[in-house]
Each structure stands twice: as C-alpha cells, then as structure tokens.
Design a protein around this ligand. Sequence first.
Ligand code: ASP
Ligand code: MG
Length: 440
Amino acid sequence: MKILKFGGTSLGTPERMQQVADIIRNGTPMMIVLSAIGGTTDALEDITHYLYKNNKDAAREITSKLERKYKKLAEELYHSEAYHQKATELILSHFNHIRSHFNKSYSGLQQKSILAQGELLSSALFQYYLEEQQVASRLISALAFMRIDKNEEPDELYIQENLERELAKHQGASLFITQGYICRNAFGEIDNLKRGGSDYTASLIGSALEAEEVQIWTDVDGFHNNDPRYVKDTKVIRSLSFDEAAELAYFGAKVLHPASVLPCKLKEIPVRLKNTMNPRDEGTLITTSPSRQEIKAVAAKDGIAAIKIKSNRMLLAYGFIRKVFEVFEMYQTPVDVITTSEVAVSITIDKQDNIENILHDLKKYGAVEVDYHQSIICVVGNLMADEKGIIYKIFDALHDVPVRMISYGGNQYNVTLLVNTRDKTKALNALSNNLFRYEQ
Ligand code: ASP
Ligand code: MG
C-alpha cells in the first residue's frame, strides 16, 4: 500500500483535480490523504476568529463568499447533472453546519468543528468526482481512526487498530480516500493536528499500515538545494536522509511540515515529495540511509531575534545557563540556535510574542542585548562525509557578509549561521556559488 497526500494547491481547480485523479488511477493499492482546498482553512480560521470576537456579520460574509466558491467549483467539476446536484447538496449541508454554530455561545469545540469542514468537503467532493468517472474508491472518515491523546500526541496504537478495522470493512477495495489534518481528541471530540497537519496524517497512516512509501504531493518538484526566490539555478535534491530533511523543513523550505515525517522515520518508511504539475519527475526521496554527498542544501528562515546575555559574575560560575533556559521555558518559547562563550550566551528565537517578558526576566542574570530582523541560514548535509575543507568553503563564501552567530557540531548534518536579514540574499548566493558550483 502507498499513501499519497495531496495539498490544497493540488485540489483548487477542476484541472488540478483531474491531474490528481490521473495520478491515482493506476491500480496500485493506495490510501489518499487530502487537505482542504487551498485557502479554505485560512477562511475557516477567519470565521472562527470573527465568532470569537462576536462579529457575526463578518463571519456570515466570509461563509457566504466561501460557499459561492465551492458552488462554482461544483458547477465546473462535474459533468453530469446528477453529480452536480449531489455535490451542491453536500456543500449546502457543510455550510449549514458552519452557520449552525453562529447562534451558539462560542467555544473551542465549535472552532475545531468549523475548521474540520475544509477537509470533510474536499474529500467528499473528490470522491464524488472519482465516482462520476467510474473509478472505484472508498471514503474512510479520519474521525473514525485518527486520534490524539491527552497530551495532544497521536495515539498510534488506537490509530492502527481503528484504521485496520475500517479498511477491513471494504474487502477487495484498493483505493481509499481520507481527510488529512482532522482527528478526534482524548474525549472523542473533533480536533486537528494543527495547521499544515495533513502531512502528519499521511505519515501516521504510513506508519500504522507499514506502507511501502508515503508520497507528499505539492506544487514544487521537492526540496531545492537553495531558495529559488533568492537564488537562480537552484536544483531539486534527489535524496535526503530524515535528519537532513528535518533540518531543512524546519529552517526554511516550506515543502514539508517539520515534525510530520517522524512516524515514517521510526518505521523506516521512505517519504517522497512529488509535484502534481510535473508527475513524471521523481521528486525528492527521503530515507534512513545516510547521505554520501557532503553538502545537500542551504535554507534560510527570517523573522529571528538574537538575544545575548552576558553574565554579571560568570567566570567559573555554574547554573547560569540553566537559569537562562528556564526563562525561555517559562514563556513556552522554543530556542533555535545557541552559542556560548565563557561569559556570555547568545540564543535565537523565532516565536517572539513574549519577548518583552523574556528580556525583563533575563536582566536578573546579566546584561541583555537583542538584535531583531535576523535570518538563520542553515547549511545541510552529511558534513562528516567531507573531512577536509567544508567549513573553509562556507567561511570563504561569507568573507564579506557579517555573521552574528555560528553553530556547528550540534549534529553532523548542519552548520547554522545567523546574519542580518538584509544580508541574506547575498549570503545565500555566495554559499550557492561556493558549495554547488562544481556539482551543477
Ligand atoms: N488544511 C490544513 C491547513 O491548511 C491542513 C493542511 O493543509 O495540511 O493547515
Ligand atoms: Mg502543507
């Protein structure tokens, strides 16, 4: 069995849906995981936001606008009047469900139920589309098997048992459709795996069924070796290890949800990134095998703040770093890059909603400085494969870019640098020239 996940951009128009149908119509046993159609979850989030603010008029307006978009899609998508009719009724029932929340007092439960409508709609509409084209498939509700526990972590045993039971109800069927992102929580209520969570659904299903391969279909050919928005002549990376992919997904490339492939990594199930618009391209294959090639990619992440804390009495002091970290922990702020010297520590953070409190509390332990508008640049690869000169190549490339922090040796897969965002494009291009010039 292969698991294929299609993102919102792969489903937005009748042509795209047709492309997806062509991709999956080859007789291989498959489970298809669908996101909501592009833009839908954002719109549903806006609706819940306005309900929270008790602005029902704004919520109604977005709901009607979204409903019109779906009705138009249904007009264009189906060939026969019978399916157009069925789809229109389905759309109406989901939007009436959304509207049914408008007159209740607003709660988190209602929010989750509204957010779930995007995936419920896309999967049902797509399944009608396959049915109309006489492609045999079964729609399995993710709400019947996907579950998170009290800590909001996937309940893997439950998922496996319940998914197997659901599939066993359809002996002989080989094409299954289900929803990404949505699940039930420990209390049986509708919940979700957080934004971008459909990749996670696919990986969890892949792990539960010990799938042959999990494929994540988007609108790019896979991971690029540098950011195509800032660097010309980037190339698709053909193979990556899970560790490299995790670094890349986290520090830049938005192709894959960073935590999402962990279940596949643990079961050693290959994950392939594919492009719906270019299905023949082999994409990027992520496996457990360590890479032989040294430098795989460069990626950047903006919107970073760097905080430096210089200890009042640091020399030979102990406990300083612990106290510093406790401040970040208290404000639930993940720390990305850390560098230390004997008397000071520099730390980068991405999430800055509590930065004023963090800075205030850190001042107890020393002099604090902060630099905003920084970018993390991450060089990813199997750095140990190149015993000589890799660091030299990186430093040489950056000879006229001021580098605020460098982190190397945390693992063997990345070197992380912090630069001012205004120097980012220059740094990405310089690294590209020095690191990939001979390989392209
Ligand atoms: N539809 C959800 C979102 O937009 C989940 C996903 O697409 O992965 O975040
Ligand atoms: Mg996504």
